[in-house]
Design a protein around this ligand. Structure first.
Ligand code: DQA
Length: 147
């Protein structure tokens, strides 16, 4: 059944620096560009997104808790916390939200510590290496799977 609640888009640590941060890896798109892309993608589907970015693990956890029951799903690029945070994993499980894990870069083509994800096995899907298009695909898929 279709759901008209918003989709929550969470970006984790250092993603506020997109555009200037290692552009050879992450490209020149800024976080504001990505959030606008997400808003536009959702609007085309008659939906809304709520965008949140934090460099702090606890703030991300609090935002996920607040989303329980109020959003239709979660698109999250948890940045480096992907590879370290049992606490964010537990928050997603507690919030009972369908998650799509997104990475701008192909983490599997990078250092071995980036091949570990505490989120992948509890996610609907993992999108890694599509750049900003990954967020678009994630939002489209979360909406499509409702019907
Ligand atoms: C990232 C990949 C992570 O390994 C890294 O720590 C990031 C960004 C990505 O979008 O490619 O901060 O999640």
């Amino acid at each position: 059944m279709s759901d008209n609640r918003p989709i929550l888009v969470v970006n984790g640590p250092n993603l506020n620096l997109l555009g200037t941060r290692q552009p050879e890896i992450y490209g020149s798109t800024t976080l504001a560009d990505i959030e606008n892309l997400c808003r536009g993608t959702a609007a085309d589907l008659g939906r809304k997104v709520e965008c949140f970015q934090s460099n702090h693990e606890g703030a991300i956890i609090d935002r996920i808790h607040a989303a329980r029951g109020t959003v239709a799903g979660l698109v999250m690029n948890a940045g480096a916390y992907t590879h370290t945070s049992v606490a964010i994993r537990d928050a997603v499980l507690a919030a009972e939200l369908p998650l799509i894990e997104v990475h701008l870069s192909n983490v599997h083509a990078r250092e071995p510590f980036r091949h570990v994800s505490y989120l992948a096995d509890i996610a609907v899907a993992v999108i890694s290496g599509l750049g900003p298009d990954g967020y678009v695909a994630a939002i489209r898929h979360l909406v499509a799977r409702e019907t």
